[in-house]
Design a protein around this ligand. Sequence first.
Ligand SMILES: C[S@@+](CC[C@H](N)C(=O)[O-])C[C@H]1O[C@@H](n2cnc3c(N)ncnc32)[C@H](O)[C@@H]1O
Length: 247
Amino acid sequence: MLFREETPVEVAFFEEAFQRYADRRVRRVFEPGCGSGRLVVAMAAKGYDATGLDLSDAMLNYMRRKLKRRGLTATCVKGDMTQLEFDKPFDAAFCTYNTFRHLLTEKDALAHLHSMADCLASGGIYILGMHLVPEEDYEAVVERFKTRQAGTTLSTTISVPHTDAQKRLETLRVKLRAVKSSGEVIRIQSEFPLRLYTPTQLKRLFKKVSDRFELVESFDFAYDIDDPLPFDKELLEGLFVLRKIAP
Ligand SMILES: C[S@@+](CC[C@H](N)C(=O)[O-])C[C@H]1O[C@@H](n2cnc3c(N)ncnc32)[C@H](O)[C@@H]1O
């Protein structure tokens, strides 16, 4: 539920980006770290040959149930996004809202990008989105928001109880309180580490894979294809379009 309202906006952006930036027709799409399959299901519904990969059986099972309920097909794969292996190349891939930051070391981040390049066709694109942190000292903010869907109200609080600038790690705490139309209340709290990137650090990482990917354009979380933004120190909600370079 948390990102459901964003889904149509993201899907519209992906399709515009396929048109503008992919040097090939996009039919086969892939999402590493697809979670509950919010985007994979939406892309399958649009007629794409969609594949989602995740480490979590619970997430994959949820996605399978959702596909079945809607009479859709997509490929659901259990696997690690640092070691991708597929028989056929993808035309495009996407990984938004910080999933890439679940890779906690430079080694894993590079392994993922190399692996992704291996399973994309030449001219295919990879859309990558994540929060970046300011270059200078900063205070982590607490975010609170409410969403409503089918009689359920979801209150979300996202905070950062711990940051280790040396190790470039932060702990994200997500508290969810759902009130169903029946009045039943469900509370869920989870904490997990994410890797930190300043714009400079992410640029450096992209440079390390510049033999495999070119950075074609950058945007922010407004997902406005007509409003590309410079990749500078101001860009802290980064959405990047990378294109695979022909070997
Ligand atoms: C924020 S959730 C994904 C949300 C989903 N991408 C979306 O936008 O709706 C992050 C997901 O990444 C998965 N994940 C974390 N590390 C992974 C890895 N190394 N390989 C595959 N999946 C991973 C987690 O299991 C989790 O489902």
